[in-house]
Design a binder for this molecule. Structure first.
Ligand SMILES: [Mg+2]
Length: 433
């Protein structure tokens, strides 16, 4: 099993696109009060800046930090190029997010390619063609491959960058050593809460998990988690590479600078989100059968709802209507901090035979929406207009033209169109380019 992880991906792409940033501490993320760091350059990491850290804390650690809002469309382009390079090594690969890939190298045996040579060649191509650095791990299974790619990457020790070898192959002796030395939080799926629970049970080390009986672990963590962790502690991980050609979902989330209050505010934002998602679908020539919404409240609890249709949709108005119906089925008592809408369960656009005017029924009775609201001739006119807008945007850029719901006080907002707002809101007064 091979695992590649691109180094400081978003930040590295920003530096490639703007050479004046070379050698400077750069982070991509939300710069407002609620923003978080999504990616940090090694220069920034020397100051202790890490991804998932609140931006306020990052700036405290590194006052000269250059905080960029991020451009998802650009990262997706790089990610597609990354996947193309991996697919030249083997078609048996599984992307994990935009910047990581697992690949099953067993098919290379027939070609007489040694895994270590394949991995080195892959790293060279990523460097030459994408100008990006990466760490590659090779191991008996996903568990060790992922741990190894981390070892293959440069680290910051006492504020200094320590280089690593770039490709790391875990042998049996290393496997044993790691299992003996690793704290439980090094394991996949063990977040801070589970780690705390395990420490509380007197099991802070992976080797502790190997000696405790699985049934008693299950009483505290549930049977599924207990089984997984017990297997990891024996060095076992049966997960195969799941080959999937094409994205599984597209979505648009936004954390707001000022939380939304009331149904009208939520619906008006949702319409803008639906437009972004609908266009992302049309760019990929997909229609989606499942639409989901996620609402996060000020107390950080979240609720999501989804609806699967008998046919696919790729239209702004249809997706917004379904989203509205789903939001109406959520009991909203608090202010809304984050709102997201996602489309999944794709069909090729050409496979979609049923038209929208057949109507849509949503699960709860109070939230019954008929998309037949856009009926007959009106729908045809709407689709023609939508296609014309798409064509202009394709030729002149995503912010060249938009529908009314995309418009802010200064025109079509590039931040929203490029998916930037997911990391947290822009600070007030931010001027877009
Ligand atoms: Mg990475």
């Amino acid at each position: 099993m091979l695992h590649v992880d691109l180094d400081a991906f978003f930040a590295s792409v920003e530096i490639l696109d703007d050479p004046s940033l070379v050698g400077k501490p750069v982070a991509v993320g939300g710069s407002g009060d609620r923003g978080v760091v999504a990616s940090a350059s090694y220069e920034a990491r020397r100051f202790g800046v890490r991804s998932a850290m609140p931006s306020v804390m990052a700036r405290r650690l590194c006052p000269d930090l250059i905080m960029l809002p991020g451009r998802f469309d650009r990262y997706e382009e790089y990610s597609r190029a990354f996947h193309r390079v991996v697919s030249d090594l083997t078609p048996d690969f599984e992307p994990l997010g935009l910047d990581e890939v697992f690949a099953d190298l067993r098919s290379l045996r027939r070609l007489n390619v040694r895994p270590i040579s394949g991995a080195r060649a892959l790293r060279e191509r990523i460097r030459d063609e994408l100008k990006l650095e990466c760490g590659i791990g090779l191991g008996r299974n996903k568990l060790f491959a992922k741990l190894a790619s981390k070892k293959a990457k440069p680290r910051v020790v006492d504020g200094q960058l320590v280089d690593a070898r770039g490709v790391y192959w875990v042998n049996r002796a290393t496997e044993e050593r790691w299992i003996n030395e690793m704290p439980v939080e090094a394991l996949w799926g063990v977040g801070p809460a589970t780690a705390a629970k395990l420490r509380h049970l007197g099991l802070p080390w992976v080797r502790d998990l190997a000696r405790i009986d699985e049934a008693s672990l299950a009483r505290h963590l549930g049977p599924a988690m207990a089984m997984t962790l017990a297997a990891y502690a024996r060095g076992e991980d049966a997960r195969e590479v799941v080959v999937d050609r094409g994205a599984k979902s597209v979505g648009h989330d936004q954390t707001f600078a000022r939380s939304l209050r009331g149904h009208d505010e939520i619906v008006s934002e949702l319409r803008g989100h639906a437009g972004v998602v609908a266009r992302a679908l049309r760019e990929r020539h997909y229609v989606a059968r499942t639409i989901s919404v996620v609402v996060r409240f000020d107390d950080l609890t979240s609720v999501s709802r989804s609806q699967t249709l008998a046919f696919g949709v790729d239209d702004d108005v249809a997706i917004a209507s379904i989203g509205e119906a789903l939001v109406s089925s959520i009991h909203i008592e608090q202010a809304v901090r984050l709102l997201g809408i996602h489309a999944s369960n794709f069909l090729e656009r050409s496979q979609n035979q049923v038209q929208l005017s057949f109507g849509i029924e949503t699960p709860s009775t109070n939230a019954r929406v008929a998309a037949s609201a856009i009926s007959g001739a009106r729908q045809a006119g709407h689709e023609a207009l939508r296609d014309a807008i798409d064509e202009v945007r394709q030729r002149f850029g995503r912010t060249a033209l938009g529908s009314l719901s995309d418009l802010g006080p200064t025109g079509v907002d590039p931040a929203t169109q490029q998916g930037r707002a997911a990391f947290g809101p822009e600070p007030s007064g931010y001027v877009t380019d």
